[in-house]
Design a protein around this ligand. Sequence first.
Ligand code: DON
Length: 582
Amino acid sequence: MNLSRNWRRLLGAALSLGLVFVVGMAMAAEATPEQAAGQRSHVPPMRQRPPGKAAIASANFLATGAGFEVLAKGGNAFDAAVAVAATLSVVEPESSGIGGGFMAVLHRARDNRDVFIDAREVAPAAVDAKDYVGPDGRPNRDHSLNGPLAAGIPGEPAGLVLMAERYGQLPLQESLAPAIRIARDGFHPDPRLREAIAQKRAILQRWPASAAKYLRGGKPPAADALWRDPAQARTLELLGAHGDAGFYQGETARRLVAAVRAAGGNWTLADLAGYRALERTPLQFDYRGYRIITAPPPSSGGVALAEMLNILSGFDLDKLDRAHRVHYIVEAMRRAFRDHNDYLGDPDFVKMPLDMLLSPYYADGLRQGILPDRATPSSMLPVAEASDPGMHTTHFSIIDADGNMASVTSTVNTLLGSSFVAAGTGVLLNNEMDDFALVPNQPNAYGLLGSKANAPAPGKRMLSSMSPSIVIGANRTMVIGSPGGSTIITQVLEGILHFIDGQDASEIVADKRFHHQYLPDVVYVEPGTFDAATSEELTRMGYALKPREPWGFMNVVTWNRLTNTLDAASDPRRPSGLGKVE
Ligand code: DON
């Protein structure tokens, strides 16, 4: 009886949600695009003395060291970002590299300029959605995840060139030098890399160049093995010497295309020559006196963060008990991910109702539909099982002595990308094609569903969850991001909420996390997040709680501008990371 009363209440709420949704849309139409996109900030631009020191947090101590090395040579945060990204390509290939892509939010102190760098991969011109569908009409995961058909045209090399040329102070060659040296002289692979290779061993063995690069006598390298990567060193050198032309044309391009085509892929020299990294306007909005500068499409991250924080701005989270605070956060996550699935894709290909999605009126409507004590069931759609978010993709955060900031998330998609190394280049290709909605409404590796907006097309960028962000308040600033597939967005959300609650970098990276993505309709919970009473209360409200590990690899830098102190921290869940202030 109790249950049926709850359901009646729920039905009433759903009806009123529909009404408010329609009214909200009508009102949203009256808001100027500027208001709707939250471009008018009430947070004053930062004006204060520079920190005088620098902070870098990345997933590998060698990469953090490479960043500081380049700062010591007179580079700024953007040169350091090039050094960190290139070094991660060598020492953390399971997560990111020059065969993949990245997204970055940069803040230049001199003129307070914020910019978004979109170095996302694109589909090759010959992309054919049929290649990713099996005879039974279901997704062919082997084609979307393994080997050259899984790989988009890499964006990272062009992104590094753009960042160095337009924002750096040093020649690209100098910023790439530490990565080239480490690749030439060798390094000891960390346990995560050895674990990744062990896990992907059978797939790596399919291609001689992949096996030659990652396996020693058919096995992952030993802990004390010195790992050298001369082919990648040479590819980085060509990039440093010739910029875009050193990768997307000439020797490297010819080798990449030959290797891909010989193994059944469809890239052409024109695909590579035509690739461009892009500067876009970052998405910006205010939440409780803080300005959030984050990723626009083709990432879904910024839109989802804006939607969630706009919904949450109507609740006084500080006054709520833990279970109700979690309840409202999860309901905000659920609603944002529904829109992610339906609307978002590459802005150069699809028209998205961003004015509506970013509008405070729209958030008001969504908020009205949240019941105070009850979970809203996601829908009657089939439940898609999300896979483990895993430990691939990487994020690093930098603030330099002048107050320049770089928030960079870089990826080859899943662990070791497509496992395909293009012979003679040392380049491990991504498997980002799986981030497209290859078969409509069939889940991808992260259990995300998608529609026409994210269907593959020649030259189109696949939708991403990467959410590199910078948060600026009256006295405090944070650079934040994380890997984690679909959980990137909710990890960054929780990080922002904790920062606004007063936490610094070391606390934020250590906080326990939870995640909801509309479908499947469960709350994924890192063990130890909730005490027994909170779990019980949430279960009573109708939530299905499901334990899930591991959980992210956040690298965060915070700057307290009142005391002018920096804090840099790498996720304690993974020992190879390093956050350092110097
Ligand atoms: O762009 C994206 O959303 C994904 N390719 C990111 C993958 C990822 O974060 C894997 N992490 N654990």
